[in-house]
Each structure stands twice: as C-alpha cells, then as structure tokens.
Design a protein around this ligand. Sequence first.
Ligand SMILES: Nc1ncnc2c1ncn2[C@@H]1O[C@H](COP(=O)(O)OP(=O)(O)O)[C@@H](O)[C@H]1O
Ligand SMILES: [Mg+2]
Length: 210
Amino acid sequence: MELQIENVKKKYGDKTVLDIDSLKIETRKVTGIVGSNGSGKSTLLNIVAGLDDEHEGEVRYNGKKIDEEIRKDMTLVFQKAYLFRRTVYKNISYPLDIRGIEKEEIEKRVLKLLKILEIEDLKNKIGSKLSGGETQKVALARSLIFNPELLLLDEPTSNIDPEYIDHMERAILNYNRENKGTVVIVTHNIEQAERLCHNIIKLERGRVVE
Ligand SMILES: Nc1ncnc2c1ncn2[C@@H]1O[C@H](COP(=O)(O)OP(=O)(O)O)[C@@H](O)[C@H]1O
Ligand SMILES: [Mg+2]
C-alpha cells in the first residue's frame, strides 16, 4: 500500500521546480518532506492533493490514479490556512456537517479535538479573526475530525508558539495511530521530522536527495 509518484515534473516557464523519477510513500505511516525554501515541497503536496493538473507524470494511491473518490478521503492543510467567518466550532465541525453525521457524534469529536489541542477557549470565536497560530490549530482540527485516509500538512506548526507545538504533534500522532491514517508532513524543522516521522524525504531544488 503506497502513494506512488512517478516521473513527476513541474515547470514554471523554463524553470523546472520539481523533478521526481520515482518516489514511494508508505500508507499508514508518517512521512516527512524536508528541504530549504523553494525546494519544491509545497509544489509536491499540491500535486499529490490533485490541486495542480499542470504537470508531467502521475500520482497513484494504492495503484489508483488520484480521482474524485480518493480526493473525498484526503485533505491538504495549507501553511496559510483559510477559515470561514463562522465560529471555531462550526469551522471544525464542517467536514462532518457535510457528511451528514449525527449532532451528538459531531459534538463529541469537536470537543475531543479542542481538548487535545488545548483550544477550548476558542470554541465560540470567529474563525476568520484568529491569529496565525490559532488558525493553524483550528485548521488541523478541521482536517483531523473526519479521519481522512490521507492527510497532507504543509508546515502545520510554522506559526505555533513552541509550547503548543507538542499538542499539535500529539494530535497528528494520535490520528496516525488510532485511524491508521497516512500523513505526509512538510516541515522546515528537522527535529520535528525526526520526532514525528517513520520516513523522511529530502528535497533539494526539486529533486529527491539521499
Ligand atoms: N506560481 C508560481 N509561479 C512561478 N514560480 C513558482 C510559483 N509557485 C512556486 N514557484 C517556484 O517554485 C519553486 C518551488 O516552490 P515551493 O514548492 O513553494 O517551495 P517550498 O514549499 O519548498 O518552499 C520556488 O522556486 C518557487 O519560487
Ligand atoms: Mg512551501
């Protein structure tokens, strides 16, 4: 079982920003993607998420091309996450609301995540008015709540105060352990990658390096 990236190339004009012959990411594991600014990390995540069709090559999940069906079961949390102009509770419950899950079950899951991330005090605040770090925490909760099969995180703790990083890492690890969800996490922070990841992939100028 794996996420398979084959001959994926991405260019902007004449500049090749991503050039991957073959890369396999194990499902049910936490895989880190590290590399300096501009090395192509976000470009790769966007392609895996199916948000960028203008590239060469192919991405397959368990042998299947990424299609609408798989997309329903995956989510990408952007580094600059976007929240709705509604309460934090509503922002987090949204993926369950649209899936028609029962109210009591929704409440149980939202409260559990608010607790794990220690953001209970944000529950009734308006999502679009939060700080960068608060926004990242709520965006993480919103992605974890529907137990996606594949979770793609683009520098999810870049705006988080050091004392809260631990909560976010715990929430990510919990999700991986409890739901056997596949996590691909882009991070600047090598120590974070080492704490969280079963495997680490390093990108340099768009290429995978050892
Ligand atoms: N829309 C765009 N137009 C032109 N160049 C882009 C665009 N988006 C990204 N790039 C370039 O592609 C390269 C890889 O970017 P990115 O994947 O965002 O890197 P990273 O996430 O590792 O910092 C960088 O050189 C960046 O400047
Ligand atoms: Mg990036």
